[in-house]
Design a protein around this ligand. Sequence first.
Ligand code: GUN
Ligand code: ZN
Length: 444
Amino acid sequence: MTHTTQTVQTSTDPVLYRATFMHTPRSPFADADALHAEDDGGLLVAGGIILASGPWAEVRAQAPEAPVTDLRGGLLLPGFVDTHVHYPQVRVVGGLGMPLLDWLDRNALPEEARLADEGYARVVAREFLGALAMNGTTTALVFGAHYAGAMHAFFEEAAASGLRTVAGLVVGDRLLRPELHTTPERAYAEGRALIERWHGRGRALYAVTPRFSLSASEGLLDACGALLREFGDVRFTSHINENVTEVEVVRGLFPEARDYLDTYERAGLVGRRSVLAHNVWPSDRELGAMAEHRCSAAHCPCSNSALGSGFFPLRRHLAAGVHVSLGSDVGGGTGFSLLKEGLQAYFMQGLMGAEGVALTPAHLLYLATRAGAEALDLGDLTGDFSAGRQFDAVHLSPPPGTPLAAVYAHAEGPGRLLAATFASGTQGDVARVWVGGGEVYARG
Ligand code: GUN
Ligand code: ZN
């Protein structure tokens, strides 16, 4: 356990949080001591920003008069960062028994077509944002809907929710259902209007989002590239190398491209602020290029299991120097909990034997928090409890009488506490959630 108190100077009405807290300001993949745990810790917060972070006695001494919120008995973690989750799919979780392309045709896309109705989309957006908050997710890279009206409704509801969202209109112009298809011209015009209205407004950012190369002509990808060139700091996200059949179809559709990644590279879509979901079947060339571009792979282990997509080659990503974060991939995934995603990542890496990575609780925490903030280029703002970050936090407090409550009462050391949290923590253990110092969820 490290004992360093960090401090930032400001003046406005500070409040203190007293809790057992843990965070990973550095990557455990690079530094074996990266888990920072305070058994009796303090966080001094003013104006939504963490001013001081460290042992309770030291932080308390800096603000002897400040009111105290006592969260002892639970565990305070940085808010989770979900780097791949689909807003229109909240109602189709659980469509098991189909591989990706069948699942899209039979389960996901019929529901996505219903978001043509803006009223319907708004209700789904509320359900979706509520589900993120009650699972402790404070920042999400959200795969949007195919309809601009549904995206305006989403951004309005996201603003009301208080969550940090990076989201965009999903575009495709082939091989989906006709009612989901757009054109390069329309994709550009609608994307531009959405960016001008929402990017950088409150806690919202925009992500240019072609669904995947399978459903995008070169012209459509070029229209996405034009938006990225014009608006330098918007994010980019899409799917890549998820399923072997998908990869084969993409190869046939882009005979000129070196591989799947190249279909995006050629349109200028891959850079530091790009997040590519899945990447279960990458070539060495693609991994090397992803590292050079400094883009991120969003690993979605529950989805990879539910859709039978395959085992994520984490070891190869790390060896190549590719940054990896976590995603729930609702509704291909099985729910919104990044605790569950962390556990499933651990299981799958273990099952890979020598090809897997032996993940520790510190790795799981990093993947669920700090790694996501870095993938979204929001590392200065959120992802850990260092002084200077926003107070984005989740308080886990298992209901009395539950097995996890017994573990919390008796766990020996922070590693055990964190391991038990990932092993059996659920939505029901999330008691309170804050973004920028404001409460966005409190268990009823
Ligand atoms: N590839 C293209 N669309 C989707 C989707 O909605 N979910 C997943 N898992 N993969 C996709
Ligand atoms: Zn997805």
